[in-house]
Design a binder for this molecule. Sequence first.
Ligand code: ADP
Ligand code: MG
Length: 230
Amino acid sequence: MQPVSLRNVSKVYHLDAVEVAALNEVSLDIEAGRFTVISGPSGSGKTTLLNLIGCIDRPDRGEVIIAGQAVQDMKDDALSDFRARHIGFVFQNFNLLPVLSAYENIEYPLLLGKVAPAERRRRVRELIDAVGLTGRGDSRPGQLSGGQRQRVAIARALVHSPALVLADEPTANLDRQTGAAIIALMRQLQHERGVSVVVSSHDPQVQAEADTSIHIRDGQIVDSEAEVTA
Ligand SMILES: Nc1ncnc2c1ncn2[C@@H]1O[C@H](COP(=O)(O)OP(=O)(O)O)[C@@H](O)[C@H]1O
Ligand SMILES: [Mg+2]
């Protein structure tokens, strides 16, 4: 099943008396099990687009279909429940809770559900190893480097085993080498776990890793080309 379909999606922000058309009639399809990169300059609408796909925000017009389900008219409770089950989200500024350890940050989404303690422990430990943070589970975000924080955020995004992982400029606050390692990790996890990953970035280094590239400018898709990879 197609993880993401958008049909004629528009989003307008109201800033005092000014209307900002952040997305204008965007239609796109994202294929399952791929590493899709949405690229475009600052202000082009990448965050708005990912927030709509991630059910963090709603469109003014058009349809957002995630895992076969039209989500734009779902009630708030149903939408957050849907988001928790289907989507993992990685933010540019990591968005970790500073008073919790790495372990607790990763575990946190599971506490909102009904996962038994032993199963929680198993999943969190497995992910700590999978993202290369073995032995750092007790560290708080403030005791970790930017790259390590983003590894925690990636583990947290995967802890519910979502089919779709979204990352909004996940390397923008990292140096080049650390950014490359984070993208390599996301690529590896995407491959191993068969999840669909959608990353926004204006970084050519990230764009070079794409199975599929989608370009956005002034709130519109300018062209999207699929590259054939083995
Ligand atoms: N909350 C908001 N209120 C008003 N305007 C916004 C808001 N968020 C984004 N915008 C505007 O919408 C456009 C797209 O922004 P955004 O999606 O953040 O782009 P990008 O992530 O590509 O930098 C920009 O013109 C931006 O200024
Ligand atoms: Mg942005």
